[in-house]
Design a protein around this ligand. Structure first.
Ligand code: GLU
Length: 396
């Protein structure tokens, strides 16, 4: 058996006995979900995915919020979006009236008030057109056409007075433009999009890999947008339990009241989990346990110390004419540049005019300030830094 599948299967088995919490009670269609369902999927940067557990389709709910925020950021730019919604943890439940005094700006885009404000930023002359655009972008993140569960959507609309009230409040502060009812209707549709854990893993992966879809290779949003969204997920993604989540699990994540959670390990992989019983904060009880165990077992906490970033690969070769070639690979971070320079100072040069060629063309990432430091020092030695294979210096 594939070792990854085996390891993930063992994690699911470990948490299966946990039966704390209850399905979301405030939306009738969610309340009646089978509470025993449990599933997870993981996708890596090359798009390979592993899915285990129940083959379930469930509504995306609040997990749609970071992706709609991404759409707004990419279309309108950060400055414009931040005029309408903040990026501060609210420390309050998802449906709280967390609006900034004076401006009425919601605390962040991952609570309902902020999500409704963000949905209002997506252009659309009618509720349906706005919702269609949102469903289209969620589908691009997932890499397949997603559909709306009309029954859940009707159930949301039937019990959504608080969200309507939030939308009207936002309208009173001019945080949203146009008809608040139409915006909240689009928001209900966005929450009712059906997904699988593999969809969630791929969607999270797209954010983990700088906005690039791991399967199709399509750039869905800019790397800057993906980074902004992941930042907000890190501080606000798990409702008012986001702080303890960061300490315990340390993965940017977003949960939803149907029992789904997306999480990601930047540059490494995207994860989707699903199990409908929720704790008092509205986060899937078993879903959290799965991610907690995964993070522990694989050392995934975002603030885990990584030595490799400070240690680029380095090989020294000499030509017949005595030229010293220093071939680098991996990633050139600021601390990594310091290490390369120390190594260079130790390289024996038979004569003071021995040429030194530093070849950084195979490096996966070059931090500009690190490259500048490296170049200055190498040039002081009379050498050259090459950043492309044909020797031209792309970044010069
Ligand atoms: N449709 C839900 C609501 O707005 C989404 C809430 C959630 O998943 O947190 O009430």
């Amino acid at each position: 058996m594939d070792p990854v599948r085996e390891m993930l299967g063992a994690v699911l088995d470990e948490v299966r006995g946990e039966d704390g919490g209850a399905t979301a009670q405030y939306i009738p269609e969610l309340a009646s979900a089978d509470p025993e369902q449990l599933a997870m999927a993981v996708v890596d940067p090359r798009g390979a995915s592993v899915a285990l557990g129940d083959d379930a389709l469930f509504t995306i709910q609040s997990i749609s919020k970071p992706f709609v925020f991404a759409l707004a950021l990419d279309e309108l730019g950060r400055d414009e979006v931040l005029q309408h919604v903040g990026v501060e943890p609210s420390g309050e439940p998802f449906n709280a009236i967390s609006l900034e005094e004076g401006t009425g700006r919601p605390a962040n885009p991952l609570i309902n008030a902020g999500a409704i404000a963000t949905t209002g930023l997506v252009p659309g002359p009618s509720a349906r057109e706005r919702a269609d655009r949102i469903v289209a972008v969620l589908s691009r993140f997932a890499g397949r056409p997603l559909e709306v569960d009309e029954t859940v959507c009707a159930s949301e609309a039937a019990t959504g007075e608080r969200n309507r009230a939030l939308a009207h409040l936002l309208r009173s502060y001019d945080v949203i433009d146009g008809d608040p009812n139409a915006i909240v209707e689009a928001y209900f549709r966005q929450c009712s999009v059906l997904v699988t854990v593999t969809d969630l893993a791929v969607m999270a992966g797209t954010l983990a890999f700088g906005g690039r879809h791991p399967v199709t290779g399509e750039q869905i949003v800019s790397a800057r947008t993906a980074r902004d969204v992941v930042s907000v997920m890190t501080s606000c993604g798990m409702y008012d339990a986001s702080g303890s989540w960061l300490i315990r699990v340390g993965l940017p994540a977003k949960s939803g009241v149907s029992g789904g959670i997306v999480a990601l390990s930047p540059s490494q992989f995207g994860v989707g989990v699903f199990s409908p019983r929720l704790d008092a904060y509205g986060n899937s009880t078993r879903g959290q346990l799965v991610l907690e165990r995964l993070s522990e077992q694989l050392g995934l906490h975002v603030f885990e110390q990584h030595r490799a970033i400070a240690t680029p690969g380095l090989a020294v070769e000499r030509d017949d004419d005595g030229t010293v070639h220093v071939v680098l690979d991996g990633e050139l971070s600021f601390s990594g540049a310091e290490r390369v320079l120390t190594a260079l100072r130790g390289v024996r040069r038979p004569a003071s005019d021995t040429r030194v060629l530093v070849d950084a063309s195979a490096m996966s990432q070059l931090q500009p300030a690190a490259l500048a430091v490296l170049r200055t020092e190498v040039e002081a030695l009379g050498g050259t830094v090459q950043t492309t294979r044909d020797g031209a210096d792309a970044t010069a």
